[in-house]
Design a protein around this ligand. Sequence first.
Ligand code: NAP
Length: 379
Amino acid sequence: MSRLFGDVCDSVSDPYLRRACRLAERGRGTTSPNPVVGCVLVRDGRVVGEGWHERAGGPHAEAVALASAGDAARGSTAYVTLEPCAHVGRTPSCASALIEAGVGRAVIGTSDPHTLARGGAEMLSHAGVEVEFADDPAPFNELITEWLHFASTGTPFVRVKVALSLDGHSTLVPGSPSRISGREASALTMRLRSEADAVMVGVATALSDDPALTVRGDDGSAAARQPRRVLLGRASQPPASLRMLHDGAGVVTLLAPEGVPTEPMLARLVDTRSYALSDGLAGALNVLGGSGVVSLLVEAGPRLLTALYDGALIDELVLVHGGGMAGTSAPDLYLGADGATGSLAKPLHVVDAGRCGADAVTVWRPDEEGTYRAGTDRS
Ligand SMILES: NC(=O)c1ccc[n+]([C@@H]2O[C@H](COP(=O)([O-])OP(=O)(O)OC[C@H]3O[C@@H](n4cnc5c(N)ncnc54)[C@H](OP(=O)(O)O)[C@@H]3O)[C@@H](O)[C@H]2O)c1
């Protein structure tokens, strides 16, 4: 299961939980570092209130639903996609708000693993609220898969997107931008960017393609919310002339190993973050996690894709298969270590597939344990 094609909420059998799931989706792209959550309040077979978490720092889904129900919340059943939080943060605890409003029963999509917030179901039970969990938490987990990953690891969920020619190359002519996929695939890229906290490319790709990495509409207009742009380099420095450094479309982070001096011009233009070279790419991702990046989209060329794959750092791989042939002079997609032949032992497996205009899209993830290779990071 992935969210790229189809609707995860479709598989939810309870109609009120399904509605809560659809409401949760409305917050996609604006709630980070919080998860998307939806809530429906039902009394005597009638929806008396509903809400979703719209943005971090704003009211939680339960609070919005309670406010819309007013007194009608008393004696109602709350259908909520994620276990109501038990802690008081920027907003009051949702479990206590439901108790105070006199909600009699809570039906919960999936439990909250977060050390700070979990315990809401127990709190509700102690207060005499009847608590039930959905028979199948899978669609509710999928709804917040990036956040669940971040909550348990502290590192961003890494979604890698690569466009491929029919003969399996991601670059047609080395050193220059390649048009591999069509217009609909560009719209898919925009959607992936809009749902990510940050979009990352290697400095080599920035040098060759000079991408904007922004979210734009069909007419080219910039979206109101832009993800952070990240340039990853080890030794190479991006030139200060890169378009993303001057377009005013939001923060650009330069992520480089400690000790690599940043050119003074760049230091003025970008937010520079460093990681220990010995920690490799995993260390670089940790640094992004530490700065609040829950979901990361990597638009990778062959070298970055190889390093992420070998380091078992890919949480989802989105391959866009275009219909043209690149030919044998194009660089391979997987470069491997010297003499390495890749790994077929623990492959990624396909979780979703679909058509995108004239192109085909496949979505791949690691197995259940999250591992597909015991590889090492070769930074
Ligand atoms: N088809 C697609 O979807 C797609 C997407 C992106 C790019 N591309 C194409 O890919 C080509 C560039 O590919 P590429 O393989 O040369 O570059 P790349 O994928 O951008 O990866 C290499 C870059 O990442 C940096 N990097 C940082 N840590 C690394 C690590 N541990 N391992 C490897 N690299 C690391 C490298 O820094 P240092 O230079 O300091 O070593 C280098 O700048 C371009 O022609 C571009 O058009 C295609």
